[in-house]
Design a protein around this ligand. Structure first.
Ligand SMILES: CC[C@H](O)CC(=O)C(=O)O
Ligand SMILES: [Mn+2]
Length: 335
Protein backbone atom coordinates (compact mmCIF):
# COMPACT_ATOMS: atom_id res chain seq x y z
CA UNK A 1 0.00 0.00 0.00
CA UNK A 2 1.43 3.38 -0.84
CA UNK A 3 0.42 6.89 0.08
CA UNK A 4 1.86 10.10 -1.27
CA UNK A 5 0.61 12.29 1.55
CA UNK A 6 2.38 12.78 4.84
CA UNK A 7 0.52 10.83 7.52
CA UNK A 8 -0.34 12.77 10.68
CA UNK A 9 -1.30 10.63 13.65
CA UNK A 10 -3.52 12.25 16.27
CA UNK A 11 -3.84 10.77 19.74
CA UNK A 12 -7.16 11.28 21.51
CA UNK A 13 -6.46 9.42 24.79
CA UNK A 14 -6.80 12.67 26.76
CA UNK A 15 -10.02 13.75 25.02
CA UNK A 16 -12.05 10.75 23.80
CA UNK A 17 -10.48 8.92 26.75
CA UNK A 18 -12.04 11.52 29.01
CA UNK A 19 -15.43 9.84 28.38
CA UNK A 20 -14.06 6.52 29.60
CA UNK A 21 -12.88 8.04 32.89
CA UNK A 22 -16.01 10.15 33.27
CA UNK A 23 -13.93 13.28 32.77
CA UNK A 24 -12.03 12.66 36.03
CA UNK A 25 -8.47 13.12 34.77
CA UNK A 26 -6.21 15.08 37.10
CA UNK A 27 -3.64 17.52 35.77
CA UNK A 28 -0.95 15.21 37.06
CA UNK A 29 -2.29 12.33 34.97
CA UNK A 30 -2.63 14.61 31.96
CA UNK A 31 0.99 15.67 32.42
CA UNK A 32 2.20 12.07 32.56
CA UNK A 33 0.29 11.00 29.45
CA UNK A 34 1.29 14.15 27.57
CA UNK A 35 4.97 13.63 28.41
CA UNK A 36 4.76 10.00 27.25
CA UNK A 37 3.07 11.03 23.98
CA UNK A 38 5.70 13.70 23.40
CA UNK A 39 8.46 11.20 24.14
CA UNK A 40 6.91 8.86 21.54
CA UNK A 41 6.91 11.78 19.08
CA UNK A 42 3.17 11.59 18.42
CA UNK A 43 2.75 14.71 16.28
CA UNK A 44 -0.63 15.86 17.61
CA UNK A 45 -2.57 14.97 20.72
CA UNK A 46 -5.92 16.26 21.89
CA UNK A 47 -6.82 17.43 25.38
CA UNK A 48 -10.25 18.61 26.56
CA UNK A 49 -13.37 17.33 28.24
CA UNK A 50 -14.68 14.41 26.15
CA UNK A 51 -17.37 16.66 24.68
CA UNK A 52 -14.88 19.37 23.92
CA UNK A 53 -14.25 22.81 25.35
CA UNK A 54 -16.98 23.78 27.79
CA UNK A 55 -18.27 20.21 27.93
CA UNK A 56 -18.16 20.05 31.72
CA UNK A 57 -21.87 20.22 32.58
CA UNK A 58 -24.80 18.36 34.07
CA UNK A 59 -25.74 17.15 30.57
CA UNK A 60 -22.37 15.64 29.70
CA UNK A 61 -20.76 15.12 33.12
CA UNK A 62 -18.61 17.46 35.18
CA UNK A 63 -14.81 17.45 34.84
CA UNK A 64 -12.70 16.92 37.92
CA UNK A 65 -10.63 20.00 37.09
CA UNK A 66 -11.01 23.02 34.84
CA UNK A 67 -9.91 21.83 31.41
CA UNK A 68 -7.70 24.86 30.93
CA UNK A 69 -5.44 23.33 33.63
CA UNK A 70 -5.24 20.15 31.55
CA UNK A 71 -4.48 22.04 28.35
CA UNK A 72 -1.84 24.21 30.02
CA UNK A 73 -0.18 21.15 31.58
CA UNK A 74 -0.27 19.25 28.29
CA UNK A 75 1.34 22.15 26.43
CA UNK A 76 4.11 22.35 29.06
CA UNK A 77 4.93 18.68 28.44
CA UNK A 78 4.28 18.61 24.69
CA UNK A 79 7.82 19.24 23.44
CA UNK A 80 7.71 19.03 19.64
CA UNK A 81 4.11 17.74 19.62
CA UNK A 82 1.12 19.99 18.95
CA UNK A 83 -1.80 20.12 21.37
CA UNK A 84 -5.27 20.02 19.89
CA UNK A 85 -8.64 20.94 21.39
CA UNK A 86 -12.08 19.78 20.35
CA UNK A 87 -14.87 22.33 20.05
CA UNK A 88 -18.56 21.71 19.46
CA UNK A 89 -20.21 24.99 18.46
CA UNK A 90 -23.01 25.53 20.96
CA UNK A 91 -21.16 23.66 23.69
CA UNK A 92 -17.80 25.46 23.61
CA UNK A 93 -17.64 29.18 23.06
CA UNK A 94 -15.31 31.37 21.04
CA UNK A 95 -13.98 32.75 24.33
CA UNK A 96 -13.00 29.25 25.46
CA UNK A 97 -11.20 28.71 22.18
CA UNK A 98 -9.33 31.97 22.59
CA UNK A 99 -8.20 30.94 26.09
CA UNK A 100 -7.09 27.51 24.89
CA UNK A 101 -5.03 29.24 22.20
CA UNK A 102 -3.53 31.61 24.77
CA UNK A 103 -2.20 28.69 26.81
CA UNK A 104 -0.68 27.10 23.70
CA UNK A 105 -3.18 24.83 21.90
CA UNK A 106 -2.39 25.07 18.21
CA UNK A 107 -4.92 22.74 16.57
CA UNK A 108 -8.71 22.94 16.87
CA UNK A 109 -11.17 20.35 15.66
CA UNK A 110 -14.59 21.87 15.15
CA UNK A 111 -17.10 19.05 15.55
CA UNK A 112 -20.72 18.97 14.41
CA UNK A 113 -23.26 16.28 13.77
CA UNK A 114 -22.72 15.15 10.16
CA UNK A 115 -25.78 17.04 8.88
CA UNK A 116 -25.00 20.30 10.68
CA UNK A 117 -21.75 21.59 9.24
CA UNK A 118 -23.41 24.96 8.76
CA UNK A 119 -22.97 25.77 12.46
CA UNK A 120 -19.18 25.49 12.16
CA UNK A 121 -17.92 28.31 9.86
CA UNK A 122 -17.66 31.04 12.54
CA UNK A 123 -15.57 28.80 14.76
CA UNK A 124 -13.44 27.63 11.86
CA UNK A 125 -12.81 31.25 10.88
CA UNK A 126 -11.87 32.11 14.43
CA UNK A 127 -9.44 29.17 14.64
CA UNK A 128 -7.77 30.44 11.46
CA UNK A 129 -7.64 34.01 12.81
CA UNK A 130 -5.92 32.66 15.90
CA UNK A 131 -3.32 31.00 13.68
CA UNK A 132 -4.43 27.45 14.45
CA UNK A 133 -4.60 24.38 12.22
CA UNK A 134 -8.34 23.79 11.88
CA UNK A 135 -10.09 20.48 11.29
CA UNK A 136 -13.78 19.99 10.58
CA UNK A 137 -15.07 16.86 12.34
CA UNK A 138 -18.27 15.32 10.93
CA UNK A 139 -19.61 13.14 13.72
CA UNK A 140 -21.82 10.07 13.19
CA UNK A 141 -20.77 9.94 9.54
CA UNK A 142 -22.47 6.55 9.16
CA UNK A 143 -25.89 8.24 9.28
CA UNK A 144 -25.77 9.84 5.84
CA UNK A 145 -24.71 8.85 2.35
CA UNK A 146 -21.32 9.68 0.89
CA UNK A 147 -22.81 12.30 -1.41
CA UNK A 148 -24.58 14.05 1.47
CA UNK A 149 -21.38 13.89 3.49
CA UNK A 150 -19.55 15.61 0.63
CA UNK A 151 -22.04 18.51 0.73
CA UNK A 152 -21.36 18.95 4.44
CA UNK A 153 -17.61 18.59 3.99
CA UNK A 154 -17.62 21.34 1.34
CA UNK A 155 -19.15 23.75 3.86
CA UNK A 156 -16.21 23.06 6.19
CA UNK A 157 -13.60 23.37 3.47
CA UNK A 158 -15.15 26.58 2.14
CA UNK A 159 -15.05 27.99 5.67
CA UNK A 160 -11.28 27.41 5.73
CA UNK A 161 -10.79 23.98 7.32
CA UNK A 162 -7.36 22.50 6.66
CA UNK A 163 -8.63 18.96 7.22
CA UNK A 164 -12.12 17.44 7.08
CA UNK A 165 -12.75 14.27 9.04
CA UNK A 166 -15.01 11.30 8.51
CA UNK A 167 -15.89 10.50 12.13
CA UNK A 168 -17.20 7.04 12.90
CA UNK A 169 -18.57 8.03 16.31
CA UNK A 170 -20.58 4.84 16.68
CA UNK A 171 -17.90 2.49 15.36
CA UNK A 172 -20.64 1.37 12.98
CA UNK A 173 -19.01 1.86 9.60
CA UNK A 174 -18.02 -1.24 7.63
CA UNK A 175 -14.77 -1.10 5.64
CA UNK A 176 -16.50 -0.47 2.30
CA UNK A 177 -18.56 2.31 3.84
CA UNK A 178 -15.36 3.95 5.08
CA UNK A 179 -13.91 3.49 1.61
CA UNK A 180 -16.89 5.17 -0.09
CA UNK A 181 -16.98 8.12 2.27
CA UNK A 182 -13.26 8.85 2.29
CA UNK A 183 -13.04 8.40 -1.47
CA UNK A 184 -15.96 10.76 -2.04
CA UNK A 185 -14.39 13.44 0.15
CA UNK A 186 -10.96 12.94 -1.38
CA UNK A 187 -12.40 13.35 -4.90
CA UNK A 188 -14.33 16.49 -3.99
CA UNK A 189 -12.05 18.41 -1.66
CA UNK A 190 -8.60 19.89 -1.98
CA UNK A 191 -7.94 20.02 1.76
CA UNK A 192 -6.73 16.98 3.65
CA UNK A 193 -9.10 14.26 4.81
CA UNK A 194 -9.01 12.57 8.22
CA UNK A 195 -10.54 9.50 9.80
CA UNK A 196 -11.54 8.97 13.43
CA UNK A 197 -12.57 5.41 14.27
CA UNK A 198 -14.18 3.56 17.17
CA UNK A 199 -13.66 -0.11 17.76
CA UNK A 200 -17.18 -1.30 18.64
CA UNK A 201 -17.24 -3.78 15.74
CA UNK A 202 -13.54 -4.57 16.11
CA UNK A 203 -12.74 -2.61 12.94
CA UNK A 204 -10.76 0.33 14.31
CA UNK A 205 -7.37 -0.46 12.80
CA UNK A 206 -8.78 -2.09 9.64
CA UNK A 207 -11.07 0.87 8.88
CA UNK A 208 -8.24 3.31 9.50
CA UNK A 209 -6.08 1.44 6.98
CA UNK A 210 -8.90 1.55 4.43
CA UNK A 211 -9.27 5.29 5.04
CA UNK A 212 -5.53 5.75 4.49
CA UNK A 213 -5.65 3.65 1.34
CA UNK A 214 -8.30 6.06 0.03
CA UNK A 215 -6.15 9.08 0.82
CA UNK A 216 -7.01 10.04 4.40
CA UNK A 217 -3.86 11.53 5.87
CA UNK A 218 -4.92 12.53 9.39
CA UNK A 219 -5.55 9.37 11.37
CA UNK A 220 -6.82 9.24 14.97
CA UNK A 221 -6.17 6.69 17.65
CA UNK A 222 -5.67 6.37 21.38
CA UNK A 223 -3.27 4.47 23.58
CA UNK A 224 -4.81 1.21 24.88
CA UNK A 225 -7.86 2.33 22.80
CA UNK A 226 -8.82 4.64 25.69
CA UNK A 227 -12.01 6.27 24.42
CA UNK A 228 -15.79 6.09 24.39
CA UNK A 229 -17.59 2.80 23.74
CA UNK A 230 -15.08 0.06 22.92
CA UNK A 231 -12.55 2.86 22.53
CA UNK A 232 -10.76 4.23 19.51
CA UNK A 233 -8.42 2.72 16.97
CA UNK A 234 -5.59 1.45 19.18
CA UNK A 235 -2.78 3.86 18.44
CA UNK A 236 0.23 1.73 19.36
CA UNK A 237 -1.18 -1.11 17.24
CA UNK A 238 -1.77 1.25 14.32
CA UNK A 239 1.81 2.54 14.64
CA UNK A 240 3.15 -1.03 14.59
CA UNK A 241 1.06 -1.97 11.55
CA UNK A 242 2.05 1.18 9.64
CA UNK A 243 5.67 0.51 10.50
CA UNK A 244 5.36 -3.03 9.10
CA UNK A 245 3.80 -1.54 5.97
CA UNK A 246 6.67 0.88 5.56
CA UNK A 247 4.49 3.96 6.12
CA UNK A 248 6.45 6.75 7.79
CA UNK A 249 4.67 8.32 10.79
CA UNK A 250 7.57 9.73 12.77
CA UNK A 251 6.22 7.98 15.90
CA UNK A 252 8.64 5.94 18.01
CA UNK A 253 6.92 2.54 18.18
CA UNK A 254 8.59 1.24 21.34
CA UNK A 255 8.00 4.52 23.18
CA UNK A 256 4.32 4.38 22.12
CA UNK A 257 4.04 0.78 23.39
CA UNK A 258 5.65 1.79 26.69
CA UNK A 259 3.37 4.82 27.02
CA UNK A 260 0.35 2.55 26.55
CA UNK A 261 1.54 -0.18 28.90
CA UNK A 262 3.12 1.88 31.65
CA UNK A 263 1.28 5.19 31.63
CA UNK A 264 -2.22 4.73 30.20
CA UNK A 265 -3.02 1.15 31.22
CA UNK A 266 -2.84 1.97 34.95
CA UNK A 267 -5.41 4.74 34.38
CA UNK A 268 -8.05 2.49 32.82
CA UNK A 269 -11.12 2.35 35.06
CA UNK A 270 -12.27 -0.84 33.35
CA UNK A 271 -10.90 -2.94 30.51
CA UNK A 272 -11.62 -1.24 27.20
CA UNK A 273 -13.14 -4.25 25.47
CA UNK A 274 -15.88 -5.05 23.01
CA UNK A 275 -18.39 -6.22 25.56
CA UNK A 276 -22.10 -6.67 24.93
CA UNK A 277 -23.00 -2.99 25.27
CA UNK A 278 -20.10 -1.77 23.15
CA UNK A 279 -20.93 -4.28 20.45
CA UNK A 280 -24.56 -3.17 20.43
CA UNK A 281 -23.40 0.41 20.00
CA UNK A 282 -21.55 -0.51 16.81
CA UNK A 283 -24.29 -2.84 15.64
CA UNK A 284 -27.12 -0.36 16.19
CA UNK A 285 -25.15 2.76 15.19
CA UNK A 286 -25.36 4.57 18.54
CA UNK A 287 -23.11 7.38 19.70
CA UNK A 288 -20.23 5.73 21.60
CA UNK A 289 -20.33 8.29 24.38
CA UNK A 290 -23.79 7.03 25.36
CA UNK A 291 -22.29 3.84 26.82
CA UNK A 292 -21.67 4.93 30.41
CA UNK A 293 -24.73 7.21 30.48
CA UNK A 294 -26.88 4.23 29.41
CA UNK A 295 -25.35 1.99 32.08
CA UNK A 296 -26.10 4.55 34.77
CA UNK A 297 -29.68 4.97 33.54
CA UNK A 298 -30.14 1.18 33.37
CA UNK A 299 -29.11 0.84 36.98
CA UNK A 300 -31.29 3.70 38.10
CA UNK A 301 -34.43 2.46 36.32
CA UNK A 302 -33.82 -1.29 36.66
CA UNK A 303 -33.71 -2.01 32.91
CA UNK A 304 -31.14 -3.54 30.55
CA UNK A 305 -28.51 -1.13 29.16
CA UNK A 306 -28.57 -3.08 25.90
CA UNK A 307 -32.29 -2.39 25.49
CA UNK A 308 -31.74 1.31 26.09
CA UNK A 309 -28.97 1.43 23.49
CA UNK A 310 -30.97 -0.47 20.87
CA UNK A 311 -33.90 1.89 21.35
CA UNK A 312 -31.62 4.95 21.08
CA UNK A 313 -30.34 3.53 17.79
CA UNK A 314 -33.90 3.03 16.56
CA UNK A 315 -34.74 6.65 17.46
CA UNK A 316 -31.54 7.85 15.75
CA UNK A 317 -30.51 9.81 18.84
CA UNK A 318 -27.38 11.90 18.32
CA UNK A 319 -24.79 13.67 20.44
CA UNK A 320 -26.34 16.37 22.60
CA UNK A 321 -29.45 14.26 23.19
CA UNK A 322 -28.12 12.62 26.35
CA UNK A 323 -31.44 13.48 28.03
CA UNK A 324 -33.05 10.93 25.65
CA UNK A 325 -31.15 8.19 27.46
CA UNK A 326 -33.08 8.94 30.65
CA UNK A 327 -36.35 9.19 28.73
CA UNK A 328 -35.83 5.82 27.05
CA UNK A 329 -34.83 4.16 30.35
CA UNK A 330 -37.90 5.65 32.04
CA UNK A 331 -40.20 4.48 29.24
CA UNK A 332 -38.73 0.97 29.22
CA UNK A 333 -39.20 0.77 32.99
CA UNK A 334 -42.85 1.83 32.70
CA UNK A 335 -43.85 -0.28 29.71
C1 LIG B 1 -18.23 15.40 20.97
C2 LIG B 1 -17.96 14.18 21.57
C3 LIG B 1 -17.49 13.02 20.74
O1 LIG B 1 -16.84 12.16 21.64
C4 LIG B 1 -16.60 13.36 19.55
C5 LIG B 1 -16.02 12.13 19.00
O2 LIG B 1 -14.90 11.75 19.29
C6 LIG B 1 -16.85 11.25 18.16
O3 LIG B 1 -17.93 11.68 17.71
O4 LIG B 1 -16.43 10.11 17.93
MN1 LIG C 1 -14.70 9.58 19.20
Amino acid sequence: MTTNRKITLVDVSLRDGSHAVRHQFTSEQVGEVAAALANAKVPVFEVTHGDGLGGSSLQFGFSKEPELNWIRTAVEKAGESSVSVLLLPGVGTQEELRRAREVGASVVRVATHCTEADIAPQHIAMGKELGMTVCGFLMMSHMITSSDLVKQARILEDAGADVVYVVDSAGALLPDQVRDRVRALRESLTCEVGFHGHNNLGLGVANTLVAMEEGASWLDGSLCSLGAGAGNTQLEVLVAVLDRMGVETGVDLYAAMDAAEEVVKPLLPRPIVIDRDALVIGYAGVYSTFLLHARRAAEKFGVESRDILIELGRRKAVGGQEDQIIRVAYELAHQ
